[in-house]
Design a protein around this ligand. Structure first.
Ligand code: APR
Length: 268
């Protein structure tokens, strides 16, 4: 029975040998930064129903309630920092290229890690595709303008909610809600890269939300390896060459910190 360290070593070898990898992350990679997941025991969906707060219908029905929830989430996430897993991925992407980071998270922590790891070089190779948007971006409900907004949300009344600086119409969080489509160009690019990738590393996702969860299946169907890092098994576990039952912070730095020498060069 392989031990976790054997699996980590196997994952390192697969990643070191892969000319191109896609990394798919979910809420679990941010859990150790203090950001609540959606479906765990303490998950957000234990306390709120998605259709109550994360849907265009909910926003049309009560924009103040939806903004109150996003205001609470933004305040909570603003106090969180990228953890060692975010940073290890960013450093790897900057050092080795060959990596596309695709996240379902809207917390912005991968982008923060990219900026922190890059220092004064271009963070581009480590910047993620944020498939579900970013809670610190807002979009005008009328003219569709998008801008970054990290200000505290005053949801005390309908009149104090964020509005568009251009046309004064009500603004909404620039995130993908239930029943809405993802950005077509983003998901097409992610799926295309998944097909070309020799390995897809899936970190901290329950693998139940499409089309993001299909990214790993596309790599597997094209003959690539799937590596999973998650304390629990998921529907994606069956696709995996290596499935590591671990938290992200314990495993991701070991797997991605190839240092100057790829894993296969390591003395056993
Ligand atoms: N390290 C790695 N994985 C972890 C950790 C950790 N420290 N803690 C929890 N996990 C795992 C859980 O076992 C679970 O499989 O992270 C996963 C989190 O799953 P979800 O809460 O379902 O989050 P996610 O998969 O990102 O949800 C996908 O659903 O509601 C929508 O838009 C929302 O983007 C979200 C999407």
């Amino acid at each position: 029975m392989a031990t976790c360290s054997d699996e980590i070593d196997c994952a390192r070898r697969l990643i070191a040998a892969a000319p191109r990898i896609v990394v798919l992350t979910g809420a679990g990679i941010s859990a150790e930064s203090g950001v609540p997941t959606f479906r765990g025991a303490e998950g957000l969906w234990q306390r709120y129903r998605p259709e109550q707060l994360a849907s265009p219908e909910a926003f049309a029905d009560d924009p103040r309630l939806v903004w109150e929830w996003y205001g609470w989430r933004r305040t909570r996430v603003a106090a969180c920092q990228p953890n060692a897993a975010h940073l290890a991925l960013a450093r790897f992407a900057l050092a080795h290229g060959k990596t596309l980071i695709v996240t379902q998270n809207v917390d912005g922590l991968h982008a923060d890690a990219a900026l922190a790891a890059a220092g004064d070089v271009d963070p581009g190779p480590a910047l993620p595709i944020e498939l579900h948007g970013n809670m610190f971006s807002v979009r005008c409900t009328a003219c569709q303008r998008v801008w970054r907004d990290t200000a505290a949300v005053d949801a005390s009344s309908r009149d104090t909610l964020p509005t568009c600086p251009e046309c004064r119409a009500l603004a909404r969080p620039h995130v993908v809600w239930y029943g809405e489509s993802l950005d077509g160009a983003q998901i097409s690019h992610a799926l295309c890269q998944a097909e070309l990738a020799a390995a897809c590393v899936v970190i901290g996702t329950s693998g139940v939300v499409q089309p993001a969860a299909s990214i790993a299946a596309v790599t597997a169907q094209a003959g690539g390896e799937v590596i999973e890092i998650n304390p629990d098994e998921t529907p994606l576990t069956a696709l995996c060459s290596v499935s590591i039952r671990s938290g992200a912070v314990a495993a991701v730095p070991d797997i991605f910190d190839l240092g100057s020498e790829p894993a296969e060069g390591r003395v056993q």
